[in-house]
Design a binder for this molecule. Sequence first.
Ligand code: ADP
Length: 302
Amino acid sequence: AFVEPIRLELPGPMPWRAMLVLADDTSSKRAERMRADFLANASHELRTPLASLSGFIETLRGPARDDEEARERFLSIMQVQTERMRRLIDDLLSLSRVEMNEHLPPSGAVDLCELARDVAGALGPVAASRSIGLSLDACEGEAIVHGDRDQLYEVVENLVENALKYSDDGGSVAISVRADLTRDAAEHSDERIAEGSGRLTLSAPPLSSEARYGVLRVRDCGQGIDRRYLPRLSERFFRVGGQKSSPTSGTGLGLAIVKHIVARHRGGFTVESAPGEGSVFSIFFPAVRKSATDGNEPVQRG
Ligand code: ADP
């Protein structure tokens, strides 16, 4: 609510002023509730593997003490649970770091083609182990964008890891990079997943029809996502099909991290998907003009 300051003129030589502030606390209450939900979710997600670990320790000390086969089986389950906790803690730390410096504009210039090549190289063995073809389809133009390389690496790594995770063995994942697109072309992929697929902009930069953008898309032919879930994808801990606490990989924090990093870079983040057909996740950022004198100016046209 907006309230005019009230000027109180009181008798005497000094004019006295009073300010009446009426605050609408709906949004602060909402933020409070979100923080509480986040803590409850985080504790629950951490407690589940812990409870399972302590259960197995009990069993190993008692009934399974002399059963070699059971011991091996339990130890490998415990290893999976420990790995899951490590991933959760890494993601929680990453999310908190990203949130902390979200207001600081990133400095530096990042070549999206180089980034895509590095991520594809690093995740190549994971793809190969499941016979998934991971390719860098197109690298058109000089897609140099403003940004923090480590954070943008994390974004692309998250998207490619998801594409692999939600693909069947033997599937295919393609990364493509394009430079010098208008905002409209960057936001609206010309690739179509399938007739009637759902598409959504998960985060958009302030409108600027002047600027040019570098775009990176990750396309998979995996399980896809029902359109009704698209708006919830970047919510913390949201996993389609309520796979919460599932012992398999995935924390439900990856796309929340992506969204925060993209927002810090004043970039955009879109998804297009259809169940059974696959998904395209796109990110786009203002391009940098590459010149000897000034390497950090956004390319402006017009
Ligand atoms: P997670 O760690 O569970 O993968 P994310 O935040 O990265 O968490 O993604 C949230 C949810 O979105 C996932 O649990 C999954 O259900 C869905 N999802 C993300 N990427 C894809 C994809 N490429 N294909 C199908 N579903 C996806």
